[in-house]
Design a protein around this ligand. Structure first.
Ligand code: ADP
Ligand code: MG
Length: 299
């Protein structure tokens, strides 16, 4: 396991930002840490990277306790904080050299050159950071997070505020990096998780409300939703005679129904036969992650 969090609680004064949170992320996973604003995402990431202590609980990164081995952990973790604090007066190259030297990298100039290539900063490398667009500032932030070649990457909302083109570029960069690193990636945007991650941890009001592979989360919650298409039009009244909780018309022949009855497929076939029809298609619908997110984080 690359990241193991055990029963972490964090209080800011009286406010509980994290409430007994536990999860783990395996080596090689790209895990989306998803939750509405104020859910506790940044707090969790600051604790994992050693910037603030938890009130109680513990965590390990690469098998090392975050308290006991905080310096060693900083060598193995790359962190992109939410506000991506950069020195706007510094030049891109100058800033990255400065960071490389902080980490005691042996050949800093060579490494900066590599980072400029990896993060696609070639055209902008001679500019002051303050003069860069948001997307390029994010690339500089990623470059500083990656310069010491960490095995674990913790990225706090790395794509917020980017335009669609920049979004696409940063997403593919993260996916690329995820191939040989463990990535924990926070966002409040669902599509983001679907585009990048294979695993999702949903947090709401400081508590984990879902933790699974994206596909599992969507199917577990939506197993009672069925989309059925008949060969001829069937009335709502007829469908209402079946054990269904909800019916939604998609077209004269196509309906979305909600039913928790285990034999609902059989009932639908009987209904089709009685109506001199056949079933053209019957699908258990997969809910959009956005819908899942809404259900899990509703007030
Ligand atoms: P997220 O990153 O998911 O938006 P945060 O971890 O930033 O959430 O915040 C979780 C909760 O803790 C919020 O209600 C926020 O206002 C509160 N909070 C965060 N940092 C502090 C702080 N330094 N002092 C007091 N409250 C804080
Ligand atoms: Mg945050």
């Amino acid at each position: 396991m690359s990241i193991v969090v055990k029963n972490i609680t964090k209080l800011y004064g009286k406010q509980k930002a994290l409430d007994n949170v536990s999860f783990s992320i395996q080596k090689g996973e790209i895990a989306g840490f998803l939750g509405p604003n104020g859910a506790g995402k940044s707090t969790m990431m600051k604790i994992l990277t050693g910037y603030i202590p938890p009130t109680s609980g513990s965590a390990e990164i690469n098998g090392m306790d975050i308290y006991e081995k905080s310096l060693e952990i900083k060598k193995q973790v790359g962190y992109l904080p939410e506000q991506n604090p950069l020195y706007y007066e510094m030049y891109v190259k100058e800033f990255l050299e400065f960071i490389a030297k902080l980490y005691g990298i042996k050949n800093p100039m060579q490494r900066v050159k590599e980072m400029i290539d990896i993060c696609g900063l070639q055209i902008e490398q001679h500019k002051k950071i303050g003069a860069l667009s948001k997307g390029y500032k994010q690339r500089v932030g990623l470059a500083q997070a990656l310069i010491h070649n960490p095995s674990v990457l913790i990225l706090d909302e790395p794509t917020s505020g980017l335009d669609p083109n920049q979004l696409e570029e940063i997403r593919s960069l993260i996916k690329q990096l995820g191939k040989d690193k463990t990535v924990m990636f926070s966002t409040h945007i669902m599509q983001e998780v679907e585009a990048i991650c294979n695993r999702v941890i949903i947090i709401h009001r400081g508590k984990i409300v879902a933790d699974d592979h994206i596909h599992n989360i969507k199917t577990t919650l939506s197993s009672s939703h069925i989309i059925v298409e008949f060969s001829v039009s069937i009335s709502k009244e007829k469908i209402s005679t079946l054990p269904v909780q909800n019916i939604e018309k998609l077209s004269d022949t196509k309906w979305k129904i909600e039913s928790s009855h285990p034999d609902i497929s059989k009932y639908l076939m009987e209904l089709a036969i009685q109506s001199n029809s056949t079933i053209v298609s019957l699908n258990k619908s997969e809910m959009k992650l956005e819908e899942v997110f809404k259900i899990l984080t509703q007030e």
